[in-house]
Design a protein around this ligand. Structure first.
Ligand code: MN
Length: 265
C-alpha cells in the first residue's frame, strides 16, 4: 500500500517530493518500530487528503511513495526531490544525515524530540537510539545541532550538551541559514496523544504546537530532507492514534514543503 495521495508507479517521474520507509529497529530497546512505515501508510488512508485549513488537495502536490529502503548503506539519492523518511527507530537519523552531509553538503540538523539522545553509549551500543544526536554532533560539529522540545535527559547528558549545542523551547527557536535536515521524534508529542512509543515522556507538545513549529522551520529554513521516527505500532492503542498523528505530521510536512516552494517562485 502506498501513502495516501501518492503518485502511481507509472507517474513517479513527475514527483516533486518523495516518501521513503525505513523499517529498521535494531537499535531500539523495545522492538516494533520496523512496522511503522506500513502502519503509517495504512493510517494515512483514514485521513482526508484535502487539508481543510489550507484548502489544499495533497495529491495535487505530486509526491511519490518509493517504498522501503533495503538498508542504510549504499544510499544513492539525488536532492532534486525533497524527501520524508518514515522510520524506524531514531538511530536511522545518523546514517541518513551522514549521507546528506557527505554527498549534499547538509551540515545542520534540527531535531524535535522529548529526549536529548546525547549519551555516549547505551547498553553497550554507541549507535543506540539514545545516542543518535551525540553521533550526529561528532560528525558535523556540535554547533550545528539544534534541539527543540527536549524535556528529558540525564544530568550527565545535560552537563555535556548545554554549552555545546543550541537548545530551544518550541516557541523561541531561531532558524539558522543554510541547508537543514529536520528530524521529528513522535515522542515529542504528549503521550496522551502519541502513546505508541518506546519511551513515553509526560508533559509533551500538543499536535497543534508541533505543526506550527514544523511549518515555521520549513517555511523559514532550507530543509532538504526530514524524518519522522519512533512510532511503535505494537505499543499503540487499538485505534492507532500514534500512526494517525504521524500520517498527519507527514501531510503537514508536505504542505509546508509546497508552501515554501510556491513562495520562493
Ligand atoms: Mn525521543
Amino acid at each position: 500500500m502506498k501513502f495516501a495521495g501518492s503518485l502511481l508507479d507509472n507517474d513517479r517521474a513527475k514527483a516533486v517530493y518523495e516518501l521513503i520507509g525505513v523499517p529498521f529497529d535494531a537499535n531500539a530497546t523495545i522492538k516494533g518500530a520496523r512496522d511503522a512505515p506500513d502502519a503509517i501508510r495504512a493510517a494515512s488512508h483514514r485521513l482526508e487528503t484535502f487539508m481543510w485549513r489550507d484548502k489544499l488537495e495533497l495529491s495535487d502536490l505530486l509526491y511519490y511513495d518509493a517504498g522501503d529502503l533495503d538498508g542504510l548503506s549504499h544510499l544513492d539519492l539525488d536532492t532534486h526531490r525533497r524527501r520524508i523518511f518514515i522510520g524506524g527507530d531514531h538511530s536511522i537519523t545518523y546514517p541518513l544525515f551522514k549521507y546528506y552531509f557527505e554527498r549534499h553538503a547538509v551540515t545542520k540538523l534540527i531535531v524535535i524530540d522529548a529526549h536529548a539522545d546525547f549519551r555516549d553509549t547505551y547498553m553497550g551500543n554507541r549507535y543506540s537510539n539514545a545516542c543518535v544526536m551525540r553521533r550526529v554532533a561528532e560528525l558535523t560539529g556540535f554547533e550545528n545541532v539544534i534541539e527543540v522540545g527536549i524535556r528529558s535527559a540525564s544530568w550527565d547528558e545535560y552537563e555535556f550538551m548545554k554549552d555545546r549545542i543550541s537548545i530551544y523551547d518550541d516557541n523561541d527557536i531561531e532558524i539558522p541559514s543554510g541547508k537543514l535536515y529536520l528530524s521529528i521524534d513522535i515522542d515529542v508529542l504528549d503521550p496522551g496523544i502519541a502513546p505508541g512509543v518506546e519511551d513515553p515522556e509526560p508533559c509533551g507538545l500538543s499536535l497543534e504546537a508541533l505543526i506550527s513549529l514544523l511549518r515555521k522551520i520549513i517555511t523559514c529554513g532550507e530543509v532538504i530532507a526530514s524524518d519522522i521516527v519512533e512510532v511503535n505500532p505494537s505499543l499503540d492503542i487499538r485505534n492507532g492514534i500514534t500512526s494517525i498523528n504521524a500520517a498527519r505530521i507527514i501531510f503537514e510536512i508536505l504542505a509546508a514543503y509546497w508552501d515554501s516552494d510556491s513562495s520562493s517562485e
